[in-house]
Design a protein around this ligand. Structure first.
Ligand code: CIR
Length: 263
């Protein structure tokens, strides 16, 4: 084990992941209509996603799967990492609150300082977008004002500035916007709330193209359902790795919410 008491070693890239529940089709839906989900295909796609992270230098740690928790594959919503500080969340959907416990167990085994958002505060990790030392937090259906207050109190002393963004058009802030390795915020314009809040915003041509996982300074992971966006990002000099996550997209998930990256 390469961890030391001092925290995560800078060269070690870890991604927390959680295998899908066979009941994923029963998960929460807010903006989409329920359509059949192929559980076997979801398993195969999840393995492909995990493999893509591993092929790009991440060591993956699997949080114990929970078949009774339909949305548990979307692990990003349960914990947010700030350097060597982990903030366990307080999920805004009641059906998802029990997801946090197993994540707490996994995070506690790492050399991270662990904090948590508590009720009546609610906060989903999908509402937290870090761009350098700026932390955009979506105030929408899942994250409330008290959750934002608690996050601000935890991370301001660490040198982060928290910018709260009202979110109405999409489920989570990061359903609408994510950031390229250079800090440019990207999103599909029709689904972006308060676009003027971002210092540098680039519109992408597909809704599914709004979600990218930063793999390194020059590479991103994204959904194969946004080929025009992949071409646009490649044209900016990035290596683009694509994975098929169609079954997760049916449940309002995307590439970012399937893992928590720890650097
Ligand atoms: C939910 O509604 O909570 C799940 N069906 C999808 C969560 C996706 N998470 C994310 O975008 N961060």
């Amino acid at each position: 084990n390469a961890f030391t008491a001092g925290g995560v070693e800078p060269t070690r890239l870890i991604a927390l992941v959680r295998a899908p529940s066979s009941r994923m089709a029963e998960g929460e839906l807010t903006h989409l209509d329920r359509v059949p989900v192929d559980a076997d295909l979801a398993d195969t796609q999840w393995e492909g996603y995990v493999e893509a992270l591993r092929a790009n230098g991440f060591e993956t740690i699997e949080v114990a799967a929970a078949d009774e928790l339909a949305d548990s594959v979307f692990i990003e919503d349960t914990v947010v990492i700030f350097g060597d500080v982990a903030v366990l969340t307080s999920p805004g959907a009641e059906s998802r609150q029990a997801e946090v416990e197993a994540v707490r167990a996994s995070v506690s085994a790492l050399a991270l300082e662990v904090h948590e958002i508590t009720q009546p505060g609610t906060l989903d990790g999908g509402d937290v977008l870090k761009v350098g030392s700026t932390v955009y937090v979506g105030r929408g259906g899942r994250t409330n004002a008290e959750g934002i207050r608690q996050l601000r109190a935890l991370v301001s002393p660490l040198g982060y500035s928290v910018i709260a963004v009202p979110v109405e058009k999409v489920l989570h802030l990061k359903s609408g916007v994510t950031a390229l390795p250079d800090g440019t915020v990207i999103g599909y314009a029709d689904l972006v709330d308060n676009v003027d809040l971002y210092d540098r915003f680039l519109a992408v041509p597909e809704a599914e193209g709004a979600a990218v996982v930063v793999l390194s300074d020059d590479a991103v992971l994204m959904s194969s359902s946004a080929p025009k966006t992949a071409a646009l990002i490649e044209n900016l000099g990035y290596r683009v790795v694509t994975v098929d996550v169609s079954e997760f997209e049916k449940m309002e998930g995307c590439v970012t919410c399937l893992s928590v990256r720890i650097r």
